[in-house]
Design a protein around this ligand. Structure first.
Ligand code: RUQ
Ligand code: CUA
Length: 655
């Protein structure tokens, strides 16, 4: 068996190589050459795109914002990684956003963005995204395009079956990829089987502010929970998770976790568990996890360590969890817009398996159980099967839907997007990807109402598609028109990091809510300076607070004396501008941090610890006016034991 598997894997690798070469050599007749393709992606200068696409950065830790159909990049929103451009994770205000139970963790692996929903339709209020490595879920506010909340997920590892939102944004769900000892403890790895557990976390979302709170964690058998999606429509109230490594192996996973003919999709009736929890069910377990919230009024984040979490044993809620057998280490777990079909994308399976929600309910009702895994009932494969897409391609990963009865599945190994029909399971079209596609996205994908005009394929391998840039080449997205019977490739565009999924929505949902500036009168930052006349410098022992303002084209104050080597100097800078798109920047020679980029009405702080005596300049880093280059100042630094008096000024010489 092992040998057969090994040779299968070798064969698959050969196929990858073969497919890529084949694609490369036939490149001349595969591109989007027709002028109609060019027209379809052309957004004239000054015009706006029809859709926003929020594309995850994978190992960049960030989320990038693109326009569709143009493929133009508008912004990279820092989420889990420090970003010197925006001072995220560098300034004093946002450092707490990256706090965790492991301390300050300035990077993560950001995978699956998902937009909040109302009544099963994307509403354009927030984007949620998971950090895999140090398990976290972040929320981005689409009025400011800033990360405003991050909650760490305890009892989790490789937070991958995340972060998908239920149809009224009741929950954002985060499942563990790696099972671990719960609670963590020092134990031999070989005792994994039966002892490690997998947690599935249901994080409630406050309907008004979007605040996240872990409502409960379901403590499941020690499988790997790979991906997930909520039920919708008729299946609203359920959540589905693919599993692999139902073998519970802990080593040489490529072989040992590929033994079972079928793994499972776990079907979780979260409504039932919610009711159980609301009636006092579950147990509080000691835990330690960070909850970081950015407050728009103070322009500052706070980090709170939470000390317990509610856990639920699935066996305590009969009828809440079932396993649906699904062939061969399924990856994507995708639910169609009606909520009837659950697609398990078996990575090593020749066919694509689709389960039926109605049949699942029937099987449960008639108590047709084939066995159990750690007490959780396993339903019969045949009893829940809706249909099979026969031999659609090699290495299926993810499926999206157009809302018109069609599904689109990516195949990593055969490097293509395959369109097939829900219900008849026939393949109706296939288009090559350049190369080795992972995720794909149709705007409104995870909802009852996809906007089935375009699909974006996110490809892992780029090779010859762009000008070479040394050994590291960009990952690539490809845009296809799916409004007709056949898909049409329109555009290649490079991405930031390695996208794993994206979320999209009509631009009109987001545009009217987008903030233009922060009102000065709403600024509650404790170190804000709302008037130039109030600018000052205050010494408190070795700590100095500079209350500084900016307005075109000067800093107030712009001359400071009396700073000493060894001081900790906090520059709290308020941008007094009240116009759209007039940020000011500031940087200080020798500061061991990044610049600040301060939006109109905002206050931000950086720390400077001068190490050398002298007169040191600072300047504005954002070209803000014709006299931007004049926007500069000096700080005089004296020896630690000097008694140079503390002075500050603007427009007069310090005597
Ligand atoms: S998942 S393609 Cu498939 Cu996170 Cu990356
Ligand atoms: Cu302010 Cu340049």
């Amino acid at each position: 068996m092992k040998n057969i598997l090994k040779s299968t894997l070798v064969l698959l690798s050969v196929l990858v190589a073969f497919t890529s070469c084949d694609n490369a050599s036939s490149k001349s007749n595969s591109g989007a050459l027709s002028s109609s393709a060019a027209e379809k992606v052309y957004v004239a200068p000054g015009e706006h795109d029809e859709f926003y696409a929020f594309i995850s950065g994978g190992f960049s830790g960030q989320l990038s914002v693109y326009g569709l159909p143009s493929g133009r990049l508008f912004k990279v929103i820092p989420v889990f990684s420090q970003d010197a451009e925006k001072a995220y994770g560098y300034n004093e205000e946002t450092k707490p956003m990256l706090n965790t139970s492991h301390g300050f963790v300035p990077w993560d692996d950001a995978h699956h963005p998902d937009i909040s929903q109302t009544n099963g339709v994307v509403d354009g209020r927030w984007v949620f995204i998971n950090g895999n490595n140090t398990p976290r879920i972040a929320k981005i506010d689409l009025s400011t395009f800033e990360t405003t909340e991050i909650i760490e997920v305890p009892n989790s590892a490789g937070n991958h079956s995340s972060s998908f939102v239920t149809e009224n944004s009741e929950y954002v769900v985060a499942g563990t990829r790696f099972s671990v000892p719960i609670p963590q403890k020092d134990m031999p790895i070989k005792d994994y089987k039966g002892n490690f557990k997998g947690s599935l976390s249901f994080i409630s979302i406050d309907p008004e502010h979007g605040h996240m709170d872990i409502k409960f964690q379901l403590i499941m058998p020690g499988f790997d929970y790979d991906l997930s999606h909520p039920g919708r429509g008729k299946s609203h109230g359920w959540f589905f998770f693919t599993t692999y490594n139902t073998e519970e192996a802990s080593t040489l996973m490529e072989v040992n976790a590929s033994q079972n003919d079928k793994d499972f999709i776990a079907a979780v009736n979260w409504k039932k568990i919610e009711e159980y929890v609301n009636n006092g069910g579950g147990t509080m377990m000691p835990a330690n996890y960070a909850h970081n919230v950015y407050d728009e009024a103070t322009h500052s984040a706070t980090s709170t360590m939470k000390k317990e979490v509610r856990i639920v044993n699935p066996l305590d809620v009969p009828g809440a969890v079932y396993f649906l057998p699904t062939p061969k280490s399924p990856h994507g777990c995708d639910v169609d817009p009606t909520g009837e079909y659950i697609v398990g994308n078996g990575k090593l399976s020749a066919n694509l398996t689709v389960h039926s929600f109605t049949k699942m309910l029937n099987a449960i009702e008639n108590n047709k159980v084939a066995g159990d895994a750690y007490g959780i009932p396993i339903l019969n494969f045949e009893d829940v099967l809706a249909g099979v897409v026969e031999q659609p391609g090699l290495g299926p990963l993810h499926t999206e839907f157009d809302g018109k009865g069609n599904a689109y599945t990516t195949f990593f190994i055969s490097s293509e997007v395959v369109k097939w029909k829900l219900g008849t399971w026939e393949v109706v079209d296939r288009q090559p990807c350049y190369y080795s596609v992972g995720h794909l996205m149709i705007p409104g994908g995870n909802s009852q109402k996809p906007f089935g005009k375009y699909v974006v394929a996110m490809n892992k391998i780029t090779k010859d598609r762009y000008l070479p840039t040394g050994p590291e080449v960009t990952q690539s997205a490809q845009l296809y028109d799916i409004s007709g019977e056949k898909m049409e490739l329109l555009l290649d565009f490079p991405t930031v990091g390695e996208p794993h999924y994206a979320a999209g929505c009509p631009a009109d949902l987001v545009k009217p809510r987008s903030k233009k500036l922060f009102k000065l009168e709403d600024n509650k930052h404790p170190y804000a300076t709302l008037n130039e006349a109030d600018a000052k410098v205050v010494r408190d022992g070795k700590t100095v607070h500079v209350y500084m303002t900016t307005i075109r084209s000067h800093f107030a104050p712009d001359n400071i004396e009396g700073i000493k080597v060894g001081d900790k100097v906090y520059f709290h800078i308020t941008n007094l501008e009240q116009d759209y798109d007039v940020p000011h920047g500031v940087s200080m020679i020798g500061a061991n941090t990044s610049e600040l980029l301060i939006m109109p009405g905002q206050t931000e702080t950086f720390l400077w610890e001068p190490k050398q005596i002298g007169v040191w300049p600072f300047y504005c880093t954002d070209f803000c006016s014709a006299l931007h280059q004049e926007m500069q100042g000096y700080v005089r630094v004296s020896p630690a034991n000097s008694n140079t008096p503390l002075k500050w000024s603007l427009g007069e010489d310090i005597e």
